[in-house]
Design a protein around this ligand. Sequence first.
Ligand SMILES: Nc1ncnc2c1ncn2[C@@H]1O[C@H](COP(=O)(O)OP(=O)(O)O)[C@@H](O)[C@H]1O
Ligand SMILES: [Mg+2]
Length: 233
Amino acid sequence: MLEIENVCAAYGEAAVLDHVSMRVGEGEIVALLGRNGMGKTSLVRSVMGLGSPRVTSGSIRLDGSDLVGLRPNQIAGRRIGYVPQGRRLFASLTVLEHLHMLDRGRPGAWTIRRVFTAFPRLEERKSHRGSQLSGGERQMLAIGRALMTGPRIILMDEPTEGLAPVMVEAVETILSALRSEGMGVLLVEQNLYSALSVADRVCLFETGRVVWEGTPAQLTAQQDLLQRYLGIH
Ligand SMILES: Nc1ncnc2c1ncn2[C@@H]1O[C@H](COP(=O)(O)OP(=O)(O)O)[C@@H](O)[C@H]1O
Ligand SMILES: [Mg+2]
């Protein structure tokens, strides 16, 4: 499905990704873990073709066709969903308006009903405006919006950041459901335990490089890795 191969990227002259290779298969959740500032968001932005950072070499392919050089809307049109870090929404639009905007009946796309079933809290708040939502509610809305575009693979940048434990569980439940439907997920996480509980594979990231790759069980068995790359004791 998604194959990232030897990707280098830079902000101006400053290199941020150093020969990154990773893959996400159909029905697979791959967690990308690493401390702040290591380049996780930069990698996701590179896949989405946002232009900053600029991909300077390597290839990013979806089902064999190269994405590098395509415009962001062309990349999204290949059915890659994106939940950006920090959940940008429209302050003056209501929850329902945010969802209606994407309600185009695409095959396989989530409906507003399914978003409300997954996140009942959003239905309760459907007439509230973006500016009136809590951090957790914004995050649910951002995830719901990404799923309404009908992605085959979804890139989520710290979807559980700032969420209460019950909401973290709701996100984990959705991820597992998406996997069983065959969706690929690239999950950037700060929440180690959440990532380990849902991921099939984990990549550890340090200064723009993948420094370790394995299963959650292999990672938990190697406490030195957690300490070295994630600062966890
Ligand atoms: N727009 C930008 N311009 C220049 N440098 C940036 C920009 N965004 C991020 N960086 C730098 O790139 C590095 C990686 O950042 P980022 O990808 O956001 O890391 P992470 O998501 O792992 O916290 C950091 O050193 C950060 O300061
Ligand atoms: Mg980040």
